[in-house]
Design a protein around this ligand. Structure first.
Ligand code: XMP
Length: 182
């Protein structure tokens, strides 16, 4: 079966409406306190761009590309967080923005590295959380949608570099294996 986007799980209107609510929750939580938003590349791109344009509060944006190791033959290594790319986070209130909480490895690594770098606080935000047993449980402070345990693409999420540009989130049809690392 050809691998391609199938059923639309979240359409543009649903996403936009939820982002309004999510932005409100975040605004209320921080109450005008200056924050550093750390976007997790590449999947956060579209979500982050749409989310931050709903804020008027003082914020700085930093982007980080986390490297995940997928090698079923080798012992699991934690994702590599290049903290050097982030500038200083010591004493700052950091909000990590990611596309999806799936295994939890990426968000767990970010939380622990940013905390170890002396941040004043570290909160986690993801557009999507998969309803599954996460290999690493984290507390999502802000969550857009909880979705079934299926591989999804669109609105920043890709399969082998494709379909990030879809305006909606769709289930990937014909997918039954670990995606290639691109
Ligand atoms: P975890 O939580 O497993 O997530 O550390 C790591 C990264 O994997 C990608 N990911 C997905 N990408 N559809 C995608 O397009 C998915 O269903 C999916 N699940 C995980 C994503 O980039 C996430 O940040």
């Amino acid at each position: 079966m050809e691998v391609r986007p199938g059923k639309v799980l979240l359409d543009e209107k649903e996403i936009a409406a939820r982002l309004d609510g999510l932005a409100e929750e975040i605004r209320e939580f921080y109450g005008g306190m200056p924050i550093v938003i750390v976007g997790v590349l590449d999947g956060c791109l579209i979500f982050l761009a749409d989310l931050v344009r709903r804020f008027e509060m003082p914020l700085e944006l930093a982007l980080v590309k986390v490297r995940t190791y997928i090698d079923e033959a080798a012992p699991q290594k934690p994702p590599d967080v290049p903290m050097g790319e982030l500038g200083g986070v010591a004493g700052r209130h950091v909000l990590v923005v990611d596309d999806i909480y799936d295994t939890g490895a990426t968000l767990a690594a970010l939380k622990s590295e940013i905390t170890a770098a002396g941040a004043g606080s570290v909160r986690l935000c993801a557009l999507l959380e998969k309803k599954r047993e996460h290999e690493q449980e984290v507390h999502l402070d802000f969550c857009g949608f909880r979705i079934p345990d299926v591989f999804v693409v669109g609105y920043g999420l890709d399969y082998a570099g494709r379909w990030r540009n879809l305006p909606h989130v769709a289930v990937l049809e014909g997918y039954d294996e670990t995606p290639p690392v691109v």
